[in-house]
Write a protein that binds this ligand. Structure first.
Ligand SMILES: [Zn+2]
Length: 80
């Protein structure tokens, strides 16, 4: 189990320029990886995964996600 598997998509309560910035957040959490206050995006009890390459993805969360993914790849390779 890689650390990134615990992180899903989260959004802030307010929109910035009508675009919802997507952060990485734990399913039960309210604080994104970068420190922003967010709420997890849930669909029928399923936590939507965080996509670091998304156009609306938080740069800081994506950077941390990719660092964790690199660490995880030392033990197990995961596809996109
Ligand atoms: Zn973020």
């Amino acid at each position: 189990m890689s650390e990134t598997a615990y992180w899903g998509c989260g959004v802030e309560g307010v929109r910035r320029n009508s675009v919802l910035v997507q952060h990485a957040v734990r399913t039960e959490g309210t604080t994104a990886w970068c420190g922003a206050s967010v709420r997890p995006v849930m669909i029928d009890g399923w936590h939507v995964p965080f996509v670091p390459t998304g156009t609306a993805s938080c740069r800081e969360c994506a950077r941390r996600w990719e660092q964790a993914a690199k660490m995880a790849q030392k033990t197990a390779l995961q596809g996109p």
